[in-house]
Ligand binder design. Structure first.
Ligand SMILES: [Zn+2]
Length: 190
């Protein structure tokens, strides 16, 4: 599947501006299209940098909001969490991942409290990211098990980054799909 990465920075600086812009122009079907996932450029850059800096398969959490445009729901990733030493590979047991997941949950609660104190946003853990140094972007059986256990909500996605090949992809679980998951298109916003 081709990588569907669209940089829409030229038109608007954030998703709210997209809405404003679209509200004032004649809609076409294409312009009305909502990507299932929007991720801020800073967050993507940050994650890519972390992945580039480690030979190990590191992992972290994706934090954002569930928003709605017309009747289409989408995920907006606004932040990410990373705990040094958090590794996700098939050599690591579920118990090890669970231990780290507990730490991430605590870190998320702190961030949530800080960010929600003076705004009406509702932050959620919208998925996770991890690196596949040099072996491409897909979900392994271990990845599917992790997604299924720790990120079972339909809106939760998995971002896989191959820092050597410099490719990224988002996935979500799909029991009807061939391998049990599918690629999810996304847009990077400034
Ligand atoms: Zn993996």
């Amino acid at each position: 599947m081709p990588k569907k990465e669209i940089k829409i920075s030229k038109l608007m600086s954030d998703i709210n501006k997209i809405k404003e812009k679209y509200l004032t122009m004649d809609m076409t079907i294409e312009e009305d299209y909502v990507f299932p996932v929007y991720i801020s450029k800073n967050v993507m850059n940050d994650i890519e940098k972390l992945c580039k800096g480690s030979k190990l398969e590191i992992f972290g959490y994706l934090v954002g909001e569930i928003l709605k445009w017309k009747d289409q729901k989408y995920v907006q990733i606004e932040d990410h969490l990373y705990i040094k030493g958090a590794v996700h590979s098939h050599q690591f047991s579920t118990a090890q991942i669970e231990g780290t997941a507990g730490k991430y949950e605590k870190k998320f609660q702190k961030l949530k409290k800080k960010k929600e104190d003076d705004s009406d946003i509702q932050l959620r853990i919208v998925g996770w990211w991890h690196s596949h140094p040099s072996f491409g972007v897909f979900l392994s059986a271990t990845d599917i098990a992790t997604q299924d256990f720790f990120f079972p909500e339909s809106y939760q996605v998995a971002l896989v980054v191959d820092p050597i090949a410099e490719v990224n992809a988002f996935f979500s679980l799909d029991k009807n799909a061939n391998k049990g998951y599918k690629e999810v298109s996304y847009a990077i916003i400034q």
